[in-house]
Ligand binder design. Structure first.
Ligand code: NDP
Length: 487
């Protein structure tokens, strides 16, 4: 049993109140760690420490900070397996997924931003009589708040560019998945990152998270989480004129056109719907398939989903582990029951899984991957974010119709289109109100590209230049040319 601490001013410390929260393994219901239940008093210490460290950190050159990112990437790479194990234990995701996606990308985020920084050119704009030099500095102290679905993957996606651009940090992971944020803090401590540059405060959203939002020393907030929480973040931080990046929920469409390669489309739709038990903001939780191929597509899709291997997260062969908690399982089940009330048909799944015939483990948050047909694309299950292993299937006849269906939700984060005619796919992609569209693939990421959503899926973009822009302030220095002296 671990007892985690906050990491404030270069020291591991408990919450000042001494209170703790249990960290529970969703596969067993067992307590695996205790974490500090911090309060605003702990945020106060973290923000003050970050403030006092920021100027010296910002005074380093971009290349020097890039070297730090490389050192962090090396150190995390050495802990790749420990990160994957911790992530699987905390979230209930399959260990193979935690290795392939979570641990790998956490290292890659630091490596990518280090390389990206070294490719930056000075920003200058020449006039006939003057020269403009654009200087970039850190915002100051930034607050980073992250969710439970991809814990270190998402935290490192913010920490790396924030450090790179000269900011100091107060970070809060979800209290349900604190283990890998602790590994990051231990790693930075081992590397002797200057004290105060990175501070980690564990605890509950309305207590620690809210404390970060409200703190006057914190100049910017990068938040990834649910849309309802995003609304609170904006309402608190915007009147204080804090810079804000909001990466929120999604209800993404997987669109299968009549000329799609069916094998590719079926495999892609399964991956898009059920990776991490559907708990990725980018998951394709609504499938829209052309009516002419719908019977064949649905038969093959349902067959693949029914054959997915549900099992213990630690089993190498497991494809579907648990959802994040029993509470979340009940929320997902609410939507499955609602689908039936709304006239839907469960084509496979819908139940707490039978764990390969051994019998449901009442303590584990296992839910079979679920496919629902027969619902209107306007039904609640087809428009609200369920964030679990549930996908609804709909049919369409015309491209204009599928555009209208895909846009009939408040969300606009991502989507995928499956077609052999790339030009038709690109033209359709432009009609979808969303931040990201993949054609004949899903979650294929180039970290230089903009990532983020429209409508209720968020405000702003992260990735490559967009991250550097968010985590910095610019000063334009305009220098008049020396007047030419005549003879
Ligand atoms: P939440 O919005 O519940 O929580 C996200 C983070 O915010 C957690 O650390 C949470 O703490 C904290 N928080 C909660 N209340 C407050 C508050 N009042 N002030 C400040 N912080 C607060 O999201 P989930 O953790 O449930 O994550 C799932 C959601 O995240 C889904 O909607 C998903 O779509 C979205 N998401 C979006 C992504 C994107 O890039 N667009 C990527 C991944 C997920 P605590 O855990 O203690 O409540």
């Amino acid at each position: 049993m671990k007892t985690l601490m906050n990491y404030i001013d270069g020291t591991f410390v408990p919450a000042q109140s001494g209170d703790t929260i249990e960290d529970i393994n969703p596969a067993t219901g067992m307590v695996i760690a205790h974490i500090p239940r911090s309060t605003k008093a702990d945020v106060e210490l973290a923000a003050a420490s970050a403030k006092s460290a920021q100027a010296d950190w910002n005074a380093l050159t971009l290349d020097q900070r890039a070297d730090w990112l490389d050192a962090i990437a090396d150190a995390l790479q050495a802990k790749h397996e420990a990160i994957a194990q911790a992530e699987s234990l905390d979230t209930g995701k399959p260990i193979s997924l935690a290795r392939r996606v979570d641990a790998t990308r956490s290292v890659d985020n630091f490596r990518f931003f280090a390389d990206f920084a070294r490719k930056q050119q000075p920003l200058t704009f020449e006039m006939s009589d003057a020269m403009n030099f654009v200087e970039r500095n850190g915002l100051g102290v930034v607050g980073l708040i992250t969710p439970w679905n991809l814990p270190l993957y998402l935290m490192s996606w913010k920490v790396a560019p924030a450090l790179l651009m000269g900011n100091s940090i107060v970070a809060k992971p979800s209290e349900m998945t604190p283990l890998t944020a602790n590994i990051l803090a231990e790693t930075l401590d081992e590397l002797n990152l200057p004290r105060g540059v990175f501070n980690l405060v564990h605890g509950l959203g309305p207590e620690v998270g809210q404390g970060i939002l409200e703190h006057p020393l914190i100049n910017g907030i990068s938040f990834t989480g649910g849309t309802a929480t995003g609304r609170i973040v904006a309402a608190t931080a915007a009147p204080m004129f804090k810079k804000l990046s909001l990466e929120l929920g999604g209800k993404n469409a997987t669109i299968v056109l009549e000329d799609a390669d069916l094998d590719q489309a079926v495999q892609g739709a399964v991956k898009a719907a059920f990776t991490n038990s559907g708990q990725v903001c980018l998951c394709g939780s609504r499938i829209m398939v052309h009516a002419s191929i719908a019977d064949e597509f649905i038969k093959r899709f349902v067959g693949e989903v029914a054959a997915m291997r549900i099992g213990e997260p630690s089993d190498e062969a497991t494809q579907i582990g648990t959802v994040i908690s029993m509470d979340h399982l009940e929320k997902v089940e609410f939507y499955i029951n609602l689908a039936i009330e709304e006239g839907g048909t469960i084509l496979t799944g819908g139940t707490r899984s039978m764990m390969g015939g051994v019998g449901p483990t009442p303590e584990g948050a296992y839910l079979a991957p679920t496919v629902i047909g027969g619902l209107s694309h306007l039904s609640r299950c087809a428009t609200e974010e369920i964030f679990g292993p549930v996908v609804t299937v709909h049919t369409f006849d015309r491209l204009a119709e599928v555009t209208e269906m895909a846009n009939a939700t408040d969300y606009g984060l991502a989507g995928s289109i499956w077609t052999q005619d790339v030009e038709v796919g690109k033209a359709l992609a432009k009609t979808i109100e969303t931040g990201i569209v993949w054609i004949n693939t899903w979650l294929h990421r180039d970290l230089r590209t903009p990532f983020g959503g429209v409508k209720h899926s968020g405000v702003g973009r992260e990735g490559g230049q967009w991250s550097l822009g968010f985590f910095s302030e610019t000063t334009n220095i305009c220098v008049m040319n020396p007047r030419e002296l005549g003879d």
